[in-house]
Design a protein around this ligand. Structure first.
Ligand code: CO
Length: 309
């Protein structure tokens, strides 16, 4: 038998300090996720859970990679409560908790789904979890993104649900949450390969709906779009602080309250002037229920390292 020598792609370089930061960001993200899971229950405010999760990261030497997302039911992603949001979890809610920490710009990103008070959606929750496990096992040096997507797709379809095909996982780089490569939730034919030391967030979404999301109403998560000086002095003052605090990463209204006492109207002003953009809340097209599971993996030669476990 001939020995087949598989050509390995060149690994990314990663020094020990970077590796430590990636591990710490992953650990804090995972801890915040589990804390959130333990806090979600009927009658509890969404805002309180989001703030407790974020506080855990801040109090343990990390910063936030993005605002905690608490997306309910047919909302797949990108909802975070505002500072005046008094809404509470209700029995039967299907809650996606998506959280990310950063340490010196190195990122972790993880998510899980919990059901409030009922057990109607356990198979849907399991479908996303199982697909994630299989994808993590596949994510090795030299494996194509399309192949990983195919594993997610087949796994979810085998349970009778659909993957959400227009949402995907993503490569992460320093201070860059969505860097270049995407990790699809179906086989899109992408031949780009995972490389050693690549940091990937893999996040299958499963639904009993159509398997697509669409933009809902404009959300309350923002990011800096371009740099420009603004005529309105107060708006410009807030904008300078936002750039300093959040750099290139997503932020929300709740966080701006700490930067400026009157941030809500100023944020709308910044948005009108095109220097910040919002992430719309993403809703399943047929109002299907949506589950999500996500981990961050540092790709290796052979098995990778799940940093958010
Ligand atoms: Co992610």
């Amino acid at each position: 038998m001939a020995l087949f020598l598989k050509r390995r792609s060149k690994m990314y370089l990663l020094d020990e300090n970077a590796r430590d930061c990636i591990r710490k960001a992953g650990r804090l993200s995972g801890e915040a996720r589990e804390l959130g899971r333990s806090l979600v229950s009927e009658g509890v405010k969404l805002r309180d859970v989001a703030e407790e999760m974020e506080m855990h990261i801040l109090e343990h030497g990390g910063k936030l990679a993005f605002p905690v997302n608490l997306s309910l039911n047919d909302m797949a992603a990108h909802f975070t409560p505002n500072s005046n949001d008094e809404s509470v979890f209700r029995s039967g809610d299907l809650v996606k908790l998506d959280v990310g920490a950063q340490v010196d710009g190195y990122l972790g990103d993880t998510a899980t789904t919990v059901e409030v008070g009922t057990r109607n959606w356990q198979p849907l929750i399991q479908a996303a979890e199982r697909a994630l496990q299989l994808a993590l096992e596949m994510a090795q040096d030299g494996v194509s993104m399309g192949t990983i997507g195919g594993v997610v797709e087949r796994s979810i379809k085998s349970t009778g649900f659909r993957p959400v095909t227009n949402l995907s996982g993503h490569e992460m780089k320093r201070y860059n949450l969505h860097a270049g490569l995407s990790v699809p939730n179906y086989d899109d034919g992408a031949l780009t390969k995972a490389k050693g030391n690549m940091l990937l967030a893999i996040e299958p979404f499963a639904t009993n709906g159509q398997g697509q999301v669409t933009n809902g109403k404009s959300g309350n998560i923002y990011r800096v779009l371009r740099d420009r000086q603004l005529k309105d002095q107060e708006a410009d003052r807030l904008f300078q602080l936002i750039k300093q605090e959040f750099t290139t990463l997503p932020f929300c209204e709740r966080w701006c309250d700490r930067l400026h006492p009157d941030s809500a109207p100023l944020l709308r002003n910044l948005h009108r002037h095109g220097v910040i953009s919002t992430y719309p809340v993403l809703i399943e097209c047929k109002q299907g229920m949506v589950s999500q599971a996500e981990h961050t993996i540092l790709v290796g030669n052979g098995g990778g390292e799940i940093t958010t476990a």
